[in-house]
Write a protein that binds this ligand. Structure first.
Ligand code: MEV
Length: 427
């Protein structure tokens, strides 16, 4: 039965947030005219406790299941690691497996610049911005004490205030005095910790600067929290010097051209966001940081670098901000995130960031190799064919059979899939 869409399709629903997920779902079903199957589907929250889902965000009516795949073959800093990846995109997990298989002997080596987050406090209408800057810097000890008092637990774990910097920004409405609080947030992503500190410090900064304070919020350009990874692929193991040189040319293209760099970095984020999501971390924070970092010179460019090393092999590296944590938010309470962290075996945010950087590099290696040789459609299509087969109505064993026939016929299209399914069913 389809619930008829209500005649009064008003989005003003008083008290919607106070209802249970099921009550909200029934209202939404009435509004949108959802059928029984859709309502039953949305009401099934799978392996996420509805009570928890309802606490994670507002106005919950259901959950969105994304597959978690595990990338194999990864050796990071000498240790074998299985990588859980949550993504809706086919080929992403396979790409990491393939890249890692081709350099399994040596694997990936990683490092970080630290766990430092930045909170910004914006002061405007400052009569003497240069003087204000010096006055704020003079208060370093007071600032440190106020920041650390906000989070004694963080301080007890070895984190807390590390430094203060003041920047002067020329804007159409005058020079802004922007104070950066630099805080070691240890195993937390740190947004809550540094935002609390920024809000606490704001009145004092207004007084010291003689201006008015507006924004008090972290910066997602977490360039004091860089993660790095490097790896070497032997030319002989990746198809020879021509493949190596094609990949270097692909990298140089991305390094030189923002249009290509956007796609190149999107591929990197395919891997990075999948692990960030699987571990319950904030994909948007990491993505914002990565892209802002890629544009730090004033021109958007590649997050990775490829070179020929002295032995003639392909030497690749990546460096980007990776603000991820193990405590706080979904990371701590989402059972799938907890299980994924257990698969990774990480006990520090730093190790998690290092692993994620290596995944980004592996992802990019596979994309460049495919692009510089056969193109990505061949590999993509084999997996995409399965999606098309399912969309055409294939179920169970039919899915693989239809997908295989679509690839054999080099025609991964919906109309062809429907005909092939009829053939398969016809025996
Ligand atoms: C597709 O999701 C990602 C690629 O476009 C990345 C790239 O072009 O480097 C294949």
């Amino acid at each position: 039965m389809t619930i008829a869409a209500g005649s009064n399709r008003s989005s003003r629903i008083a008290g919607f947030h106070k209802l249970s997920p099921r009550e909200r779902l029934d209202l939404v079903a009435g509004f949108a005219g959802l059928d029984d199957a859709q309502v039953t589907h949305l009401a099934n929250m799978g392996n996420l406790d509805p009570v928890l889902a309802d606490k994670l965000i507002e106005n919950v009516i259901g959950t969105m299941n994304i597959p978690v795949g595990v990338a194999t073959n990864m050796k990071i800093d000498g240790e074998d690691v299985l990588i859980p990846m949550a993504t809706e995109e086919s080929s992403v997990v396979a790409a990491v497996c393939n890249a890692a298989k081709q350099n399994y002997e040596t694997g990936f080596f990683t490092s970080v610049s630290g766990n430092l987050m930045i909170a910004q406090v914006q002061a405007v209408d400052v009569a003497d911005p240069a003087g204000a800057r010096i006055r704020i810097l003079e208060k370093r000890d007071e600032i440190k004490a106020a920041c650390d008092a906000c989070d004694p637990v963080l301080v007890s774990l070895g984190g807390g205030f590390r430094d203060v910097e003041v920047r002067l920004l020329d804007t159409p409405s005058g020079t802004m005095v922007v104070t950066h609080l630099i805080v070691d947030t240890r195993d937390a992503m740190g947004a809550n910790a540094v935002n609390t500190m920024a809000e606490k410090l704001a009145p004092a900064i207004a007084a010291w600067s003689g201006g008015r304070v507006y924004l008090r919020i972290l910066s997602n350009l977490a360039d004091r929290r860089l993660a790095r990874a490097r790896a070497v692929w032997k030319a002989a193991d990746i198809g020879g010097e021509a493949v190596r040189d094609g990949m270097i040319s692909a990298y140089e293209f991305a390094a030189a051209d923002p249009y290509r760099a956007a796609t190149h970095n999107k591929g990197i984020m395919n891997g990075i966001s999948a692990v960030v999501l699987a571990t319950g971390n904030d994909t948007r924070a990491v993505e914002a940081g990565a892209h802002a970092f890629a544009a730090r010179s004033g021109r958007y460019t590649s997050l990775t670098t490829y070179e020929v090393n002295k032995d003639g092999n392909l030497s690749a590296s990546i460096e980007l901000p990776l603000a991820v944590g193990l405590i706080g938010g979904a990371t701590k309470v989402h059972p799938t995130a907890r299980a994924c962290l257990a698969i990774l075996g990480v006990t520090t945010a730093e190790r998690l960031a290092r692993i994620i950087a290596a995944v980004g590099l592996a992802q990019n290696f596979s994309a460049l190799k495919a692009l510089a040789t056969t193109g990505i459609q061949k590999g993509h299509m084999a997996l995409h064919a399965q999606n098309i087969a399912m969309m055409a109505g294939a179920v169970g064993e039919e899915i693989d059979r239809v997908a295989r026939l679509l690839v054999e016929r080099a025609s991964v299209r919906m109309d062809v899939a429907q005909k092939v399914l009829e053939e398969v069913r016809g025996g």
